[in-house]
Design a protein around this ligand. Structure first.
Ligand code: SAH
Ligand code: F3S
Length: 479
């Protein structure tokens, strides 16, 4: 099965960088799941770097092991439990070693984690990372420690993330936290709490700072970036009614995107994740206006059937989604889309499944992340619906959507052949050390031979002469 973001973020990868020379304790920090977790880990590393910790890639030399966990599907939780069991022997050898669980599993399981997993000493939810120094004092004195309080306004706006394990060229900038959408299958609103938007000034500051430090591409990050909304001088909850809020300057996502594009005019800008229900046409207009905003939108739809979309509480129809895509293509003709799709949701018929396949054909996505439905405790679907599609049917439907996406991706990649693309060099190709890899504006991965004088972080013009299912093959040319 294809796992989300497998290309962009490496599941379960630990990161280490040289930090403060005066720090004498070692932190092994491993992240699972979505980009938001990887971004949060950079906040955690920043908080702990003030507490004497530098990161290490070797769990056996760590004083503190932290796993930033994901609850989105059952399999994600199993992976973390297996990883934890691998630390058992380390813990036996070194009783002073502290093992902690961060993120969505911490939030979902709370104290149960301390009961179930004997070797876990520390459980910290996504809004409680500022409390880590206090919690570590507890564990240092031999007690278990937990903080899973969710916040209505924590955005970690003032914390300058320690950039972990990256290429020094691309970085995430968190703009919203939490989600209020309550899709019936999804655990995120329970594990990450209410949606809140970060102060635009701190976002701009972070982007400028990244540019000054040599970064060339940022991804504005949130569970649902399109619902970004910030009210001058306060948060949404501080105002009694809508008209009182209107009087103050509000910043929505399209405006924020515009502000960022102007503030760092040569920085490449991406954003993720978009939600069809909250996305507005003005976002596409801003994309068309600025050369530095990449012409790519990750726009999950989950299903092509109105009946299933309604059961999922996605709050839009198939037609509305297709209309949005059509308008986007009119405003930004070179735009590319990717999707998230769930197969085998409660009550999904063969007809619903066919609707999903036909919607995919209609949109012609560049790329997709496809999943078999996994029931999550506490969600509306778990409480009110039957997870009634047999595992073998889910797997067959999943294989069908993956195969179709493969065809569509190949077709889209073929469309890029014979043209020149602007590509940011992000690193060395995994398969051939004499080649660079990077992405074009549409987020398609492109590999090409290295040339004298080129470096990671350079923007180059690449003539694409061929492709595989998911990769463009090219040669750099003079711009
Ligand atoms: N807005 C979020 C979505 C988070 S979940 C974001 O930033 O990406 C990522 C994807 O996981 C969803 O779009 C959905 O396709 C999938 N997913 C969520 N809950 C799931 C479940 N219970 N079973 C299977 N897939 C699920
Ligand atoms: Fe989950 Fe739906 Fe929000 S998929 S993250 S509840 S938009």
């Amino acid at each position: 099965m294809q796992e989300k973001y497998i290309d962009e973020t490496k599941q379960g990868e630990a990161y280490a960088i040289a930090e403060k020379p005066q720090n004498n304790k070692k932190l092994f920090l491993e992240s699972y799941g979505c980009q938001m977790n990887f971004s949060d880990s950079e906040i955690v590393a920043s908080i702990l770097s003030e507490q004497g910790y530098n990161t290490t890639l070797k769990p056996e030399e760590a004083d503190l092991i932290l796993l930033n966990t994901c609850s989105i599907r059952e399999k994600a939780e199993q992976t973390v439990r297996m990883r934890l069991s691998q630390f058992k022997s380390l813990k036996k050898e070194r009783p002073n070693l502290t093992v902690g669980v961060l993120g969505c599993m911490a939030e979902r399981l709370k104290t149960k984690f301390l009961e179930e997993e004997q070797l876990v000493d520390l459980v910290v939810g996504p809004d409680a990372y500022r409390d880590l120094p206090n919690l570590l004092k507890e564990t240092d004195s031999g007690r278990d420690a937990i903080n899973v309080i969710l916040s209505k306004d924590e955005t970690y706006a003032d914390i300058n993330p320690v950039r972990l394990g990256g290429n020094g060229v691309t970085a995430y900038v968190t703009i919203t936290r939490g989600c209020d959408n309550m899709c019936t299958f999804c655990v995120v609103p329970f594990t990450r709490g209410r949606e809140r938007s970060r102060d635009p000034h701190s976002i701009i500051e972070e982007c400028k700072n990244l540019w000054e430090n040599g970064y060339k591409e940022i991804t504005l990050l949130g569970q649902n970036v399109d619902s970004y909304l910030w009210y001058g001088g306060g948060a949404k909850k501080d105002f009694k009614n809508a008209s009182e809020m209107q009087k103050l300057t509000a910043v929505n996502f399209a405006q924020l995107l515009d502000m960022v594009a102007v503030a760092v005019p040569e920085m490449r800008i991406r954003f993720s994740t978009s939600n069809p229900h909250d996305m507005t046409v003005d976002v596409f207009q801003v994309m068309a206006k600025h050369k530095n905003i990449c012409k790519y939108v990750h726009l999950p739809v989950q299903s092509g059937s109105d009946r299933i979309l309604e059961k999922m509480n996605r709050q839009h129809t198939r037609e509305e989604y297709l209309t949005l895509i059509k308008k986007a293509k009119e405003i930004v003709p070179e735009i590319a889309f990717s999707q998230d799709m769930i197969v085998g949701f409660c009550g999904e018929t063969e007809e619903d499944h066919q609707q999903t396949l036909s919607l995919m054909r209609e949109v012609e996505y560049d790329y997709g992340y496809m999943f078999a439905y996994s029931e999550r405790p506490g969600t509306a679907a778990h409480k009110k619906m039957m997870d009634d599609i047999p595992a073998d049917v889910k797997q067959r439907r999943l294989a069908e959507v993956i195969a179709l996406q493969g065809e569509l991706s190949r077709k889209r990649m073929e469309g890029y052949v014979g043209k020149i693309h602007e590509v940011l060099i992000e690193g060395i190709s995994k398969k051939n050390e004499n080649q660079w890899k990077g992405r074009n504006s549409q987020n398609a991965v492109c590999v090409f031979n290295k040339k004298e004088g080129q470096n990671i972080g350079d923007m180059v013009s690449v003539f694409v002469h061929g492709n595989t299912q998911g990769t463009l093959l090219g040669e750099t040319v003079m711009a």
